[in-house]
Design a binder for this molecule. Structure first.
Ligand SMILES: NC(=O)c1ccc[n+]([C@@H]2O[C@H](COP(=O)([O-])OP(=O)(O)OC[C@H]3O[C@@H](n4cnc5c(N)ncnc54)[C@H](O)[C@@H]3O)[C@@H](O)[C@H]2O)c1
Ligand SMILES: [Zn+2]
Ligand SMILES: [Zn+2]
Length: 266
């Protein structure tokens, strides 16, 4: 079939929205119509050429939500019409990592995913004879994409696509960092650097954990309102406090922070 996609043609060049060829799902794969996609800074990082694992040409995007429109042979967990979120960290529930109870970093398809291809070693995307790589196993910057069955999570059909698309990366990364990695406790004081997709979800996680003082730090003043919507209690623009940011933060908290989170890629 034909579909439209934003193709990252080369490192450092803007993406090109164009028609591409998409082969249907093979065994164990699903075809998904993407209804909404987020843009994560990691997409920009790869597009810039700084990502040592970046491959071109590729269809970027790994925060999406959509509807299953076709399934390959042997697919049992989803069917046509199901609403799904693509997963760049899939969940096969069978590999040593999935069964370890120590990590959720499924290793079933990691090798091929990192090479920009499906588990059978081939790509479903092309323009004519030229192959286009998949990205993080998702490629959500396309109206349609093909994923392994284990790389989609079925969700309620009444969940709004333009909100749930962020669950694929920003929400899980931000909230997971607070609850699973930092294990923030009720009453904590926290500083969050960078109030983008990740930082806002760190703030959301801090609220869930019951943190008291949540200081957001961002050089962009427009992020203040966003931070407040997610539960930030104080905002600091570091360009306005000059070189004295750390003493400034210590002074605000009176005793220093219990947690410092990064959403700025620092
Ligand atoms: N699983 C993961 O580990 C994972 C997942 C997603 C994103 N990331 C990384 O997290 C970082 C943030 O991603 P995002 O999508 O939220 O980015 P974003 O572009 O949406 O937000 C970045 C924010 O940082 C702010 N910022 C820039 N310089 C700053 C500075 N010196 N001090 C404080 N704030 C500053 C920007 O104004 C912006 O608001 C990126 O590096 C991204 O690659 C990691
Ligand atoms: Zn991401
Ligand atoms: Zn697994």
């Amino acid at each position: 079939m034909k579909t439209r996609a934003a193709v990252a043609v080369a490192a450092g060049k803007p993406v090109e929205v164009t028609e591409v060829d998409l082969e249907g799902p093979r065994d164990g794969e699903v075809l998904v119509e993407i209804k909404a996609t987020g843009i994560c800074h990691t997409d920009d990082f790869t597009l810039s050429g700084a990502d040592p694992e970046g491959l071109f040409p590729a269809i970027l995007g790994h925060e999406g939500a959509g509807v299953v429109v076709d399934v390959g042979q042997g697919v049992t967990s989803v069917r046509k019409g199901d609403h799904v979120i693509p997963l760049y960290t899939p969940e096969c529930r069978q590999c040593p990592s999935c069964l370890s109870r120590k990590t959720n970093l499924c290793t079933a398809i990691r090798a091929t995913q990192g090479q920009g291809v499906m588990p059978d070693g081939t790509s479903r995307f092309s323009i004519g004879k030229d192959k286009i790589f998949h990205y993080m196993g998702c490629s959500t910057f396309s109206n349609f994409t093909v994923l392994p069955e284990i790389a989609v999570a079925k969700v309620n059909s009444d969940a709004p696509f333009d909100k749930i698309c962020y669950i694929g990366c920003g929400v899980t990364t931000g909230i997971g960092a607070v609850l699973n990695t930092a294990k923030v406790e009720a009453g904590a004081t926290a500083v969050v650097f960078g109030l983008g997709g990740i930082g806002l979800n760190v703030i959301q996680g801090l609220r869930l954990a019951g943190a008291d003082m949540i200081i957001g730090v961002d050089p962009n003043d427009r992020k203040r309102a966003w931070g407040e919507r997610f539960g930030m209690t104080h905002f600091v623009n570091p360009t306005e406090v000059g070189k004295e940011l750390v003493p400034h933060l210590v002074n605000m908290t009176k005793r220093g922070a219990d947690q410092i989170g990064g959403g700025a890629g620092l």
